[in-house]
Design a protein around this ligand. Structure first.
Ligand code: NDP
Length: 295
């Protein structure tokens, strides 16, 4: 039976460290690290996700505020809001909740955020630094996975890591981080055009599944003893549940837990880590801005 990697417990440890750091920051600088989350529209899932981020930030001693706007907000107004937040000395981290409505150019919005305040790590300058192996604000989900691997003592050096999915927010930055000096994995990235996927995934000592397909990774795709990280969050119809659905990952949890050496659950795995790393990034951005003022 696979060892269960408890994302909630690891995330709680990270959040406690952030709270200590935020208290020290406040004592030294007379203000809390500041986070602003911008949300357009009334998508229920995004709203509950953003609320969870704000609650966690508050509990960690971060001054968090959610700026809600209708999904009809013109792009120029959103860019003006970002300019205002970029210029606000009390704001260390800016997060614009994606996806954005169709009339808004997502790339332009990401580029408008001051890279020093880009706590999502999506600005091209930060992405470039990540690939170069330079210090930067790292995208929260892959950074959270690295933290989980470290804190549960998963051996990465020389391990073959297979990343399923090549998105800009998970797959690609995950591959860059695992390849870094210090983690030193041999990395393979797979996507929808990969041939004989199971043959590739079976070679993985560390398998990261981030494709958004419910229970896609089956036991025969996993090498015995491998560490399996399930990033997927999928809604599957379930009449036995009051809300009519249940959340499931990209991994067939029951079957894979018979083969894998370690496995993250969904929920309670990668998800809590993503939020914890957002708080860690906000504190990090605040510290860097305090020691290296803009200009
Ligand atoms: P995207 O839809 O942006 O990317 C999915 C990737 O998976 C693509 O690269 C796609 O390939 C690949 N893919 C899709 N189907 C297959 C297939 N059958 N075989 C091989 N590869 C396939 O998704 P995200 O990266 O944004 O998210 C992935 C999942 O992770 C989602 O369930 C999302 O909800 C979840 N997520 C969870 C987070 C958390 O905090 N736990 C944070 C972010 C995301 P191609 O490029 O060829 O199309």
């Amino acid at each position: 039976m696979a060892h269960l990697i408890d994302g909630k417990a690891v995330a709680a440890a990270v959040r406690d460290e952030v709270a200590e750091g935020a208290a020290a920051f406040e004592a030294a600088h007379g203000r809390r690290p500041g986070l602003r989350v911008v949300l357009l529209g009334d998508n229920a899932a995004s709203q509950s996700y953003v609320r969870a981020k704000a609650r966690a930030a508050d509990a960690a001693g971060i001054d968090a505020d959610t700026l809600l706007h209708p999904d009809t907000l013109p792009e120029a107004d959103l860019l003006a809001l970002i300019d205002q937040l970029n210029a606000d000395p009390a704001v260390d981290g800016i997060l614009v909740q994606l996806p954005l409505p169709d009339h808004i150019d997502e790339a332009a919005v990401i580029r408008a955020i001051d890279p020093a305040k880009d706590v999502d790590g999506f600005h091209p300058e930060n992405v470039g630094k990540l690939v170069l192996g330079e210090e930067t604000l790292e995208p929260c989900t892959p950074a959270g996975i690295v933290e989980m691997l470290r804190r549960t003592n998963v051996e990465t050096s020389g391990a073959h890591a297979v990343v399923l999915g090549r998105s800009n927010i998970v797959g690609k930055p995950m591959a860059s981080l695992l390849l870094r000096r210090g983690l030193d994995c041999t990395v393979t990235v797979c996507h929808s055009r990969t041939r004989d996927l199971a043959q590739v995934t079976r070679q993985a000592d560390i398998l990261v599944a981030a494709i958004g397909r419910a229970e896609f990774v089956t036991a025969d795709m996993v090498k015995p003893g491998a560490t399996v990280i399930d990033v997927g969050i999928n809604r599957v119809e379930d009449a036995t549940r009051e809300r009519g659905y249940r959340l499931t990952g990209d991994v067939d949890f029951e079957a894979v837990s018979e083969v894998a050496g370690a496995l993250t659950p969904v929920p309670g795995g990668v998800g809590p880590m993503t939020i914890a790393m957002l708080l860690a990034n906000t504190l990090e951005a605040a510290r860097r801005r305090a020691t290296r003022p803009a200009g």
